[in-house]
Design a protein around this ligand. Structure first.
Ligand code: DOR
Length: 454
């Protein structure tokens, strides 16, 4: 008898197939076998999803897993366990490791480690420039053949426009996107948070919105020049959303993501303690992130971008750091938020407020990111070896028959208190500690195996 798992009796939401109905999901031999009423009859194992939402496993196209090199912050094992707890079954990992993912050898290390120690699927992203130094192109062809799904120097922009042009030209024939960390360093340098009234009150140097917008405009111009695919990472300003909206309207191959924190938090999250004790100001280094949390209007524009399709997906920018990286002066603190385990609950705050529909949140966490990076795409047709995964990625982010057997079971109403010390991630750095949020992952199934159950 084949091994099979039924997820029974939930509300099945599969945006790619327009499904939102009560039913079962059956997974056999690691792939989706059937969806519908009584589809789960006779399975060898079962999860009861009565009263719960059942959807494709989430896909995070932007996470920092820190291995190799920074295993004190996170490892592939702990980062993928955090992913499983957050409902994610696919994680694309950024190459700002040590050594950086700029050679086939490091790609192979990540792929092999993920296979033996990872809880979920890991798809590596390769560097744009050698050593992420922004000086010379990395061996993009070698990286593509080794299995990377995109190129990025994320954490740093590719500041030299000529080099970025060449990178786009080289990436184009492989059909792989270049993920832009859009930041004009000359404008941003010295800035540690959004340039606005909070920075002024705290006496901290700000990063103006223009630092992102001028870089987005430049990268869009280069995408137009080369015809290559550009994906804009962690959009944070209203102006950037508008630039991407116009680029898409003119037919350019530009996609974009927004993080849960840029959608739901503002620069005021940096400020703590001013309410109770007027005159006494303190900051929370856990709210330091790059790009910085911005204004209510910026967050609102990002939400509008998500709603009208300008922004394809939500990506966590999971950036775990060690305690000592945050327990210091704001200027010296490392930027980043540990985000895999709170992503769903943060997005659901918008659903509970009636500003976003639940099916849309699920779309932006599943098929949205898959389409943005083209993870389901035909690598072989582009002259590349298939992605280094156990099975084909066809149907990833959907519950189509034959798709990877990845499912998230969620309870959108369940209240929980964010306790970072209980995270599976080594990164306890979140500005949400102590907050009560609604919406939890109850179970995560990866290739037919239950990798997390609450
Ligand atoms: O806040 C951030 N942290 N933004 C980045 O772009 C990089 C990331 C990191 O690697 O810590």
């Amino acid at each position: 008898m084949t091994d099979s798992l039924a997820v029974r009796g939930g509300r099945v939401i599969d945006p790619a197939n327009g499904i939102d109905a009560a039913g079962d999901v059956l997974i056999a031999d690691g792939r989706i076998a059937a969806v519908g009423n009584d589809a789960g009859k006779g399975a060898s194992r079962a999860i009861d999803a009565t009263g719960l939402i059942v959807c494709p496993g989430f896909v995070d196209i932007h996470a920092h897993l820190r291995e190799p090199g920074f295993e004190h912050k996170e490892t592939i094992a702990t980062g993928t366990q955090a992913a499983a707890r957050g409902g994610f079954t696919t994680v694309c990992c950024m190459p700002n490791t040590e050594p950086p993912i700029d050679s086939a050898a490091v790609v192979e290390y990540v792929v092999r480690t993920a296979r033996t120690e990872g809880a979920v699927r890991v798809l590596p992203i390769g560097c744009v420039t050698k050593g992420r130094k922004g000086e010379a192109l990395a061996e993009l062809a070698e990286l593509a053949q080794a299995g990377v799904v995109a190129f990025s120097d994320d954490g740093d922009p590719v500041s030299d426009p000529h080099l970025l042009r060449r990178a786009l030209e080289y990436a184009r024939p492989f059909g792989l996107p270049l993920i832009g960390h859009c930041e004009d360093r000359a404008l941003a340098t010295g800035g540690v948070m959004h340039e606005g009234w909070v920075a002024a009150r705290l006496g901290l140097r700000g990063v103006p919105a223009a630092a992102e917008e001028s870089a987005v405009a430049r990268d869009i111009a280069l995408a137009a020049l080369t015809g290559a695919r550009l994906h804009v990472a962690h959009v944070s300003t209203a102006g950037a959303v508008e630039l991407i909206r116009r680029a898409r309207a003119s037919g350019l191959p530009v996609t974009a993501e927004v993080t849960p924190h840029h959608l739901t938090l503002t620069h005021e999250a940096v400020l703590v303690g001013s309410g109770e004790s007027p005159g006494w100001l303190a900051y929370d280094t856990n709210a330091k992130v790059n790009p910085p949390l911005r204004t209510r209007e910026d967050a609102e524009a990002c939400l509008q971008g998500l709603l009208d399709g300008t922004i394809d997906c939500v990506a966590t920018d999971h950036a775990p750091h060690a305690v000592e990286d945050k327990l210091c002066e704001f200027d010296l603190a490392a930027p980043g938020i540990s985000g895999l385990e709170t992503a769903l609950a943060l997005c659901l705050t918008l659903v509970h407020d009636g500003r976003l529909g639940l099916p849309m949140v699920i779309e932006k966490l599943t098929v949205g990111p898959v389409r943005a990076l083209g993870l389901h795409g035909d690598r072989v047709g582009a002259g590349l070896k298939p992605a280094p995964t156990t099975g084909s990625l066809e149907g990833l982010g959907t519950l189509s028959v034959g798709a990877p057997g990845d499912v998230a079971v969620i309870d959108p109403g369940a209240e929980w208190v964010i306790e970072p010390e209980r995270f599976a991630s080594k990164g306890k750095n979140t500005p949400l500690a102590g907050r009560t949020l609604r919406g939890r992952v109850v179970a995560t199934v990866y290739e037919g195996r239950v990798v997390y159950q609450a």
